[in-house]
Structure formats: structure tokens, C-alpha cells
Design a protein around this ligand. Structure first.
Ligand code: UDP
Ligand code: MG
Length: 340
């Protein structure tokens, strides 16, 4: 048996006073409207953190182009020429935010990675606090939204309800945390062993364990451009969160079946009683047709839920790669991107 050297990936606290290499990972999909400003602000922050000695000079920003169809990649290449600490990875096509993020997490080296959105909604001013927490020994630092007042009422209501439903189903999630977080090298290496096709990183990462903490922030409005998460994509991510982490919907079908069976036994007994002990004639069509439609609906719904899990098994069994890298740009300290 081959044992892994436990010191191969040291926690931050073992780094002592040496400034860690902290790299930034930003998935970008059609973000040409905002990326220059993001790179400018992130560049300033990197300079500041380096001059304070909070992070090592080799720390860089990695922009992951998720198959953009606008000028995002050309812009990333320009950024790379302007600053040695701006690097890029181009995926061969659009794979979705979670896969693009995974590509960054699996490909970029360093003692810690901070993942954030490219649209400046994630407040950069809490990054020093995140890095300090890391240097104090927290290997996962979650950025959590203090309030949701920049959201529409609909989004706030559905998001809060969703977190509650997930928690009720036993899925461990950090409330009001999306994908703005710092991960140390050890959780990153642990994540490598998760071969899931349907990624829901905000559910997977808390499962890793390790010492963690939370830093609060206020989420701004998108700086420019439009949201790349329309309602359909958001619903699909939400459904993935439920079905990838919990078998509760399947169990709910069993429960529903039980309840419906009990009701029908009760109704049967009631009909028998009326027939045997009274002179009342039971109404005909309504008592036949209504339960028929009801049961038909419940059965189709249940089949649909089972089908969703079956589809997940089918897709996972193919074990297809989760992303393909087409090009890289900038000075790489971690070598070529890892294969998915
Ligand atoms: N994104 C991506 N691939 C996609 C959709 C989005 O890489 O298919 C990126 C996007 O560029 C942004 C982040 O994911 O950096 C979050 O997306 P967005 O800001 O549009 O979502 P919202 O904040 O509206 O939920
Ligand atoms: Mg956004």
C-alpha cells in the first residue's frame, strides 16, 4: 500500500511567517464589458497585498474563459501581456460556471486559491481578512452575504427558501454563501478525488471538513454586462444541488405513496360502510374520475423524480471529462493545467 506523505500539503499554519502564494480564480463567460475594470481593481489589490507582505510576490490572478463568444479571451491575452501576474485558461467551449471554476481549482497551484465572480459583485475589500484567517490556520474561508438587499424580492425569497430546503434535506451548506471563498492546498487536493459529473461546489466543499471560518460582505450590483445566470440556469443549479446531495425526493415518493394508499383504504372502508349500513347511493363519476386523475398525476410526478436520478446515474456512468483546456496565457508557476 502506498501511503501519502502527510506533510506533502502543509496547512497554512505550518508556513509560519512566510507569505503564502495566494492565487485568484475568476470564471468568465462573455465578460468583456467588465473584465478590464475587474483586472484593474484586482491588480491594485495584488500589488497592495504583496507590498504588505500578506501574500508572496508570485501570487497571480487566473481568468478562466468559459468558452466566451465575445472578446473576453482576447482581453485576457492583453491583460497577460500587461501584467506578469495576470494569467488565463481558455476552455474549449462553454461548460458552465461550476465546471469553469473546477478547472481553475484543479489547474492552478499556490498555497491557497480565492475564487470569485468576474463581475465585481464580490467585494474585494474583505480579501485581506480572508487571507489573515488562512494564515491563522483556517483552510477554508467562506465569504457570506450579510444582507440580500441588492437582490430582487423574488430572488431573495427563493434563495432563502432554497437554503432552508437544502438544510432540511440534510445537505450541509453555508447559508448565503455562493462560490466566493478561499481554499487552502489541502482541501484543494482533497477535492481532486471527487469525480462528480454534476458539480455543486458549494455543497461539495463543506463536506471536505478542515478548519473553516466565515467572513461577511455586502454583495454589490453587477458592475457591467448582464447576468449569465438566467432563471433556467439558476433552477437547474438548484435542482442539481438537491439531487446530487440528497435522496430525499425519492423517499418523499415512498411517503406520498404511503399517504395515498392510506387515504384510499380509508375511502374504501367508508364506501363499504355506506353500502352495507345505509340506504344512501354513492355518487358515481366524481368518486371514480377525480382519484384517477389525482393518482395519474402523482404517478407521473414520481416517475419524473425517479427519472431525474436515473438520468444522473446515466450521465455520471459515462465519466466524461468535465472540461477541456484549449489555450493558456501568462506566466505559469504551476506548469500546464491538469487534466479534468
Ligand atoms: N459564468 C461562467 N460560465 C457560465 C455562466 C457564468 O463562467 O456559463 C461566470 C460569470 O462570468 C461570472 C460568474 O460565473 O463570473 C457568475 O455569473 P453571473 O455574475 O452572471 O451570475 P449572477 O451573479 O447573476 O448570479
Ligand atoms: Mg454576478
Amino acid at each position: 500500500m502506498q501511503l501519502i506523505d502527510p506533510t506533502a500539503f502543509a496547512p497554512a499554519s505550518w508556513l509560519g511567517d512566510t507569505a503564502p502564494v495566494v492565487n485568484f480564480v475568476l470564471p468568465c463567460f462573455n465578460e468583456q464589458a467588465v473584465l478590464r475594470e475587474t483586472a484593474h481593481r484586482l491588480g491594485q489589490l495584488l500589488d497592495e497585498l504583496k507590498s504588505l507582505g500578506l501574500i508572496a510576490p508570485a501570487s497571480s490572478a487566473y481568468y478562466i474563459d468559459d468558452g466566451s463568444r465575445d472578446g473576453t479571451w482576447a482581453l485576457i491575452e492583453t491583460l497577460g501581456r500587461e501584467r506578469p501576474d495576470a494569467c488565463g485558461i481558455k476552455l474549449s467551449r462553454n461548460r458552465g460556471h461550476q465546471n469553469a471554476l473546477l478547472c481553475g481549482l484543479m489547474s492552478v497551484g499556490g498555497d491557497a486559491l480565492i475564487s470569485l465572480d468576474a463581475d465585481l459583485q464580490d467585494d474585494l475589500s474583505i480579501i485581506p481578512a480572508m487571507i489573515r484567517a488562512f494564515r491563522n490556520g483556517d483552510e477554508l474561508v467562506y465569504a457570506v452575504r450579510r444582507r440580500r438587499d441588492t437582490d430582487t424580492f423574488f430572488k431573495r425569497f427563493t434563495a432563502e427558501g432554497y437554503y432552508k430546503v437544502l438544510a432540511a434535506m440534510g445537505v450541509e451548506v453555508v447559508f448565503n454563501h455562493a462560490d466566493y471563498r478561499l481554499m487552502g492546498r489541502r482541501p484543494l487536493e482533497a477535492l481532486r478525488h471527487y469525480r462528480e459529473t454534476h458539480l455543486f461546489l458549494r455543497g461539495m466543499i463543506p463536506q471536505l471538513g478542515y478548519r473553516s471560518s466565515v467572513v461577511e460582505f455586502d454583495r454589490a450590483e453587477r458592475f457591467a454586462g448582464e447576468s449569465k445566470y438566467p432563471l433556467s440556469k439558476m433552477l437547474s443549479l438548484a435542482w442539481r444541488g438537491v439531487t446530487s446531495f440528497s435522496a430525499a425526493p425519492l423517499r418523499a415518493i415512498t411517503g406520498l405513496g404511503g399517504v395515498v394508499s392510506l387515504i384510499s383504504v380509508g375511502l374504501g372502508l367508508w364506501a363499504l360502510f355506506i353500502r352495507l349500513f345505509t340506504d344512501v347511493a354513492l355518487p358515481g363519476w366524481a368518486s371514480t374520475v377525480i382519484p384517477m386523475y389525482l393518482l395519474g398525476g402523482i404517478q407521473l410526478l414520481s416517475l419524473g423524480v425517479i427519472g431525474e436520478y436515473l438520468a444522473k446515474i446515466y450521465e455520471a456512468s459515462k465519466e466524461r471529462p468535465r472540461f477541456h483546456v484549449e489555450a493558456i496565457t501568462g506566466a505559469w508557476q504551476a506548469g500546464a493545467p491538469a487534466q479534468p
